[in-house]
Write a protein of this length. Structure first.
Length: 260
C-alpha cells in the first residue's frame, strides 16, 4: 500500500483533472465503480468553485446566461487551478482569462464587466483607513503647496472601459431591462472606492483621470498643475487642481498629506 502523502497527492491530482492512477487506491469491484466514487469529489470541487465565481460575478452571470457562465467557469477552473488558501481570491484573473481566451475575446464587454465587478469587490474588501478632511488641506502653508503630495486610500481603484459594461451592470443591479452590449464612442475612466460600508464609482473627465493617475504615482501639486495645462490655460491650472482636490477629499480618496 502506498504512503498516505502519496495517496493524498494522487487524489488531489485526480480532483484537479489529471490521470493519477488514484482509482487503484479505492475499494470497489470494478474500475467503473471506483471512478464513479472518485468523480463525486472531482465534480463537487468544480461545482463549488463555479459557485464561488457566480458569487463574485453575479451580473456577468445574469448578463451572459447560466449556460455560458458554467461553460466559461469550467474552462477557467481547468486552466487556473486554485492556488489560494482563501477561495476569495480564486476568481481574480477571470477578467484577463476572458480577454485572451479565443472563445470569449471577441466579446470585450464580458471581460470589462468581470473586471468592473471584481474591482467593486476589491474596494469593498479594502482595509479601513482614516481620511483627510478639508480643514487639514486648508491648514497647509501656502509655501508648502508646490511640493505637497497626496496618499490615496487603499480602496481607490481606477479602470478604463471601451464598452458599455458599466451601463449593463447598473441596469442589471437595478433589475431594469437588459442593456445590449456595445462599444463606446471613446474609452471612459472610472474611479471605484469604498465610502463608509459601500462601494461607489463614478466616471472621470479626461483631465481628472490624468491628474488622479499622477497623484497615485507620487506627483506633487505643482507637477499636477503643470500637467493640467494640457487641458486648461496656465493661469487656470492651479484653480482646476484645487477643484479636483476638493472633490477627492470630499469623496474620501485621500488618506494622508505628505509635505516635502
Amino acid at each position: 500500500m502506498n504512503s498516505l502523502p502519496l495517496i493524498e497527492s494522487k487524489f488531489q491530482d485526480y480532483v484537479l483533472g489529471e490521470e493519477s492512477g488514484m482509482s487503484t487506491e479505492v475499494a470497489g469491484d470494478s474500475e467503473e465503480f471506483r471512478r464513479v466514487r472518485l468523480d463525486i469529489y472531482r465534480d463537487a470541487y468544480r461545482l463549488r468553485l463555479i459557485e464561488v465565481l457566480a458569487s463574485d460575478y453575479p451580473v456577468l452571470k445574469s448578463h451572459a446566461g447560466d449556460e455560458w457562465f458554467e461553460r466559461a467557469a469550467g474552462e477557467y477552473i481547468s486552466t487556473h487551478p486554485s492556488v489560494f488558501r482563501n477561495v476569495r481570491w480564486f476568481g481574480g484573473t477571470l477578467p484577463a482569462f476572458l480577454r485572451r481566451q479565443p472563445g470569449h475575446a471577441s466579446q470585450p464587454v464580458l471581460a470589462e464587466l468581470a473586471e468592473f465587478e471584481w474591482t467593486l469587490g476589491l474596494a469593498f474588501d479594502s482595509p479601513n483607513q482614516d481620511v483627510v478632511d478639508f480643514t487639514e488641506v486648508a491648514s497647509v502653508a501656502p509655501e508648502a503647496w508646490a511640493g505637497l503630495r497626496f496618499e490615496p486610500v487603499a480602496s481607490l481603484h481606477v479602470l478604463e472601459t471601451a464598452t458599455n459594461a458599466v451601463a449593463i451592470w447598473k441596469s442589471a443591479s437595478a433589475e431594469q431591462p437588459l442593456v445590449a452590449p456595445g462599444l463606446l464612442d471613446a474609452p471612459v475612466s472610472w474611479a471605484i472606492w469604498r465610502k463608509d460600508l459601500s462601494p461607489y464609482f463614478r466616471s472621470l473627465a479626461h483631465d481628472e483621470a490624468w491628474a488622479l493617475a499622477a497623484l497615485r504615482t507620487g506627483a506633487t501639486f505643482a507637477e499636477i498643475c503643470a500637467g493640467l495645462c494640457d487641458w486648461v490655460a496656465e493661469d487656470e491650472a492651479a484653480a482646476r487642481a484645487a477643484q479636483l482636490l476638493r472633490g477627492w477629499v470630499d469623496d474620501g480618496w485621500i488618506s494622508n498629506l505628505k509635505l516635502s
